[in-house]
Design a protein. Structure first.
Length: 248
């Protein structure tokens, strides 16, 4: 399996960001790590191995990126609005730096897929909804999609609003909502076992996002796994291997 690692400038953030590509051809899949994770986390936890047949067959190319959660949602020393402002810098790194590299590397390979587990699922869903011109499918595993519940404090302004899918999607209407309906397809996957309710809130948050997407008429899937399915890598490996082949 071909593996290439790049260090990309990240304006507004505290260091360059890492991008690791796996594969030689196929539909591009942008992978976001769990909280505070780095680009190599997917490989270290067996997720790349779980998708090896798709990669080797040229059906997908994985592009695993860093998080900068230590500056954004995980930095409880700063207010909600400041965390969200910093997160906008991370968004711009993904859309303005990472995506052009992917486009140059995979010309004509189709619209990008996003995926991630836990906090990575938030990144995957939010980036797809915020930039549906770039990303059209999001496979979201065990996610929580409302940053206002993430140990936040302080006033909330525009940056907090526009980084919270539960807020801006609720406010979507008119032509923009119609465009989202025509472009995006979220897949929400979650278990009912250990850590999916406490402390992550993933199960109730996923059900809440399902209800909001249904209310807005946005086509999507909800896939709730059993009471033995926990908020952990072995289950995420099974889930991504189950869902991703349909989209490549």
């Amino acid at each position: 399996m071909r593996r290439d690692q790049l260090e990309l400038d990240a304006p507004g953030l505290d260091r360059p960001g890492t991008l690791i590509r796996y594969g030689h051809w196929g539909r591009p899949v942008v992978v976001f790590p769990t909280e505070l994770g780095r680009a190599w986390e997917y490989e270290e936890n067996g997720m790349v191995g779980a998708l090896a047949s798709l990669i080797d067959d040229g059906r997908i190319k994985l592009y695993c990126v860093d998080s900068f959660d230590h500056l954004t949602w995980s930095d409880t020393s700063v207010s909600h609005e400041e965390r969200a402002r910093r997160y906008r810098d991370y968004e711009r790194w993904v859309t303005d730096t990472v995506v052009p590299v992917i486009r140059d590397d995979s010309p004509g390979a189709g619209d990008l897929i996003t995926t991630g587990a836990s906090l990575g699922a938030y990144h995957a869903l939010h980036l797809m909804l915020a930039r549906a011109d770039l990303f059209t499918v999001a496979i979201c595993q065990s996610g929580n999609y409302d940053p206002s519940f993430w140990r936040t404090w302080g006033e909330r302004g525009d940056d907090a609003y526009f980084t919270n899918p539960m807020d801006y999607l609720r406010g979507a209407d008119g032509d923009h909502l119609d465009w989202l309906r025509s472009r995006v397809y979220p897949v929400l996957v979650v278990g009912q076992g250990e850590f999916e309710v406490d402390p992550t809130g993933a199960l109730p948050a996923t059900l809440a996002m399902d209800r909001l997407l249904t209310e807005k008429g946005i086509g999507h899937e909800l896939d709730v796994w059993g009471h033995d399915v926990s908020h952990q890598w072995p289950w995420w490996r099974e889930q991504i291997a189950h869902h991703l082949p349909r989209f490549c």
